[in-house]
Design a protein around this ligand. Sequence first.
Ligand SMILES: Cc1cc2nc3c(=O)[nH]c(=O)nc-3n(C[C@H](O)[C@H](O)[C@H](O)COP(=O)(O)OP(=O)(O)OC[C@H]3O[C@@H](n4cnc5c(N)ncnc54)[C@H](O)[C@@H]3O)c2cc1C
Length: 302
Amino acid sequence: MKTQTHFDVIIIGGSYSGLAAGLALGRALRKVLIIDNGKPCNAQTPHSHNFLTRDGETPAAIAAQGRKQLEQYSSVSFLNGTAIKAVRTDEGFEVEASSGEVFVAVKLLFATGIRDMLLNIDGLADCWGISALHCPFCHGYEVRNQKTGIIGNGNDAYELTSLISNWTSKLTIFTNGPATLSPEQTAKLYAHHIGILEKPLIRLQHHNGYLHHIQFVDGSEVPLSAAYIRSPFRQTCPLPELLGCALNHEGYIQVDSAQATSIPGVFACGDNTTKTRTVANAVSSGTTAGMAISRQLITERF
Ligand SMILES: Cc1cc2nc3c(=O)[nH]c(=O)nc-3n(C[C@H](O)[C@H](O)[C@H](O)COP(=O)(O)OP(=O)(O)OC[C@H]3O[C@@H](n4cnc5c(N)ncnc54)[C@H](O)[C@@H]3O)c2cc1C
């Protein structure tokens, strides 16, 4: 027999954005359940940067302190596990966890993040977040002035290269096949002494995730300390779409300024809603969502 427990709000995802929302809700005396399966996108990064007061700390330490602070609020509960089903009911929503338990809430918040779909290059997954990087604002300072590669092609690679040129001039674009850069882009890159290598890649050679060479299918290699890559992504959790939440054309959950989705009573915050991908932004949108949900519940019950 399945157990049922009633909450004001169920938050699916208990990393930075989910915890920030939980804090705002707990402080508004709301009964909250946070369901999390412990797989934040930045888990492999040794140091998280650019979040005021926690610059350089491990991602896990930042989340652990957040969780510790939330545990002070008796109306906030945690469940370690995966939310596998969410359905609308007359009273709100019913969420089933991987444990088989079923929970009921008036409002639902998805703080479930996104998953990077990394290119199939040997060593890339091992280097991800360590020396294969997604964001210069998070990690560019640590590899400033070092030999750096841009793995990509066409407009995306051109834009990324111009951005990264702020942190280092020792830049090469690795197009992993014939370049699709325009003649104007190619001329500008050469004018900035930025190399373009079109040979197919096979491997990032590294030591414990720290890149030292990029290797090509023909066996040749180039020394490199860091590489930037823009990866496609998918929503980590399929439940928002199954509930009918609209995604925007880039694949993020569509939300308004209160983090409300297109489905009444369902909210979303953090990476799953925006390409501004930072811990600070995840915390900010989580706080906004928590306050907006509280406000809605207060108004509805007054
Ligand atoms: C490699 C890398 C390095 C980064 N470095 C930095 C940095 O230095 N500085 C910075 O500011 N930002 C950095 N970022 C960005 C930052 O990590 C994200 O913006 C932030 O983690 C987003 O927080 P979030 O809560 O939205 O999602 P996440 O942190 O990804 O957390 C989502 C959570 O939801 C859980 N979850 C998902 N689906 C379910 C489900 N169905 N049931 C239960 N739980 C579920 C996951 O397990 C996870 O715990 C980095 C990102 C990457 C990928």
